[in-house]
Design a binder for this molecule. Structure first.
Ligand code: FCB
Length: 470
């Protein structure tokens, strides 16, 4: 798969970004004859993704687990906090104008649980709900379909954490409130974002909130998120009008052994079980993998597995890279290893487009051929600064083209892939990495909050126009 789009002739189209008074040249467009384009199926959903805790400010909401984590000295790489992020709660009209101009069809955002229930369970915060009401209307007015995620990692402090079983029901109650408020206009919903990242990184390695390092807590967090997801799906189905689709998103990654040491093979199987199967198997009615039942049995109660097997209408897949496993003397016997040295690297992850085909085909083959959406894929790069109203990020365009080609190849091989969301709409606050990782199609100056489109936004716009990899 070629990563290179920079040698193709320039096409002199321009888009007027009237809302911001900016004029931006579109990037070079490959001179393919139309018939040669790798075209996606009709109705393919082209979107961008973001989350509340990475873009919204703290104003007007309750305190969250990520506020506590970010306020802990040394927790965030660049010493930043999430107090302002990109001020999306104030500046969303600017972002939506740029995205609508580019022809973006869908926006996956998240609802901030501490904005809806700042102080406790029960009655929601009217102003918090009103914000998402306005946001959804603003998207619809611009022809962008809203795709909210109910839970993208921010837990209100009052709700505790996933070691406790009660949080599952709290999550479902909150989900039903939001579905009841927005369900008349929102057709597509996502319950959880990456419960596997939360369990392993929040409760195992401690690099994410709540910053715990405990094997027991990891298994509690696996089960209580799975349970909360099933309860929320049921509660949302009861609250939504007929015909609405509810999915859930898992970070599905192929796990390979690091290098050729034979003990890393067992480590890779173990990590695959914990990272992928502990979430996918019970969701698709297979129960927990037998190797994990001894660690999970103290948390699982009668009826739980039936709730967890509440089938979503689609599966959201976040894919960035494969994961490499190394045998280690840790509580789990495994740690993350290094990828092969020859793989290209962005500022954060390494680049493996073919892993996306592997993931999508595995889900298709092993989990009843579900409808699939890539709900996140994207590239953090050390972009050059804006110049004359644009950021030249041709490297991102090349990587994006290669991942889109992989998505297209999986669709051709039979995966029921219905859409893709680029992570992320704008640069934002990347959790424990602070503002150091820039994934956006839109550059944000974190001091002035000024937005500048990147070349990759116009490239993505061109793909959307052709419903194809261009
Ligand atoms: C995913 C998260 C998302 C973002 C990207 C880079 O794991 O879901 O919020 O941080 O990684």
């Amino acid at each position: 798969m070629s990563l290179n789009t920079s040698n193709t002739p320039l096409c002199n189209r321009r888009i007027m970004l009237q809302a911001l008074g900016l004029t931006v040249a579109l990037p070079s467009m490959p001179a393919f004859a139309d018939k040669n384009l790798a075209r996606f199926s009709d109705g393919f959903v082209w979107g961008v993704a973001a989350s509340a805790p990475q873009t919204e400010s703290r104003a007007g909401r309750g305190r969250s687990n990520w506020d506590t984590f970010a306020d802990t000295a040394g927790a965030i790489e660049d010493g930043s906090t999430n107090s302002l992020c990109t001020e999306f709660d104030q500046r969303y009209p600017d972002d939506l104008a740029l995205l609508a101009d580019a022809g973006i069809k869908a926006f996956r955002f998240s609802i901030s649980w501490p904005r809806i229930q700042p102080d406790g369970p029960g009655t929601p915060n009217v102003a918090g709900l009103a914000f998402y009401d306005r946001l959804v209307d603003a998207m619809l007015e611009r022809g962008i379909a809203p795709w909210p995620t109910i839970f993208h990692w921010d837990v209100p402090v009052w709700a505790g954490d996933f070691r406790n079983r009660e949080i599952a029901q709290h999550l479902a109650d909150y989900a039903a409130i939001v579905a009841g408020k927005l369900g008349d206009r929102v057709h597509n919903w996502i319950v959880l974002n990456e419960p596997n990242s939360v369990a392993l990184q929040g409760y195992g390695t401690g690099v994410h909130a709540p910053g715990l390092r405990s094997a027991k807590a990891v298994f509690a967090a696996i089960h209580h998120q799975n349970l909360g997801q099933g309860l929320a799906l049921q509660a949302m189905r009861a609250a939504l009008p007929a015909g609405r689709r509810i999915g859930t998103t898992i970070n599905v990654a192929p796990v390979r052994p690091e290098g050729d040491r034979v003990e890393n093979e067992a480590a890779a199987r173990l990590l695959d079980t914990m990272w992928n199967k502990a979430f996918l198997d019970p969701l698709y009615g297979k129960g927990y993998p037998s190797s994990l039942t001894p660690m999970l049995s103290s948390f699982v109660q009668g009826g739980d597995l039936a709730v967890i097997a509440t089938k979503p209408d689609f599966l959201g897949v976040n894919y960035y890279t494969r994961i490499y496993a190394r045998a280690a003397g840790t509580a789990f016997g495994v740690t993350r290893g290094e990828p092969p040295a020859n793989l290209p690297r962005t500022a954060y992850f390494h680049v493996e487009p073919d892993g996306l085909i592997e993931v999508l085909m595995r889900l298709h083959d092993d989990y009843d051929a579900p409808d699939l959406f890539v709900t996140e894929t994207g590239f953090a790069l050390d972009d050059p600064p804006p110049l004359d109203g644009v950021v030249e990020d041709r490297e991102r365009i090349g990587y994006l083209a290669s991942y889109l080609s992989a998505a297209h190849a999986a669709q051709k091989q039979g995966a029921r892939l219905k859409g893709l969301f680029y992570w992320s709409a704008t640069d934002n606050w990347e959790w424990g990495k602070g503002f150091t990782k820039k994934f956006g199609l839109i550059h944000v100056d974190m001091i002035s909050q000024k937005r500048t489109p990147k070349r990759s936004l116009a490239y993505y716009a061109n793909c959307i126009r052709h419903n194809a990899v261009t």
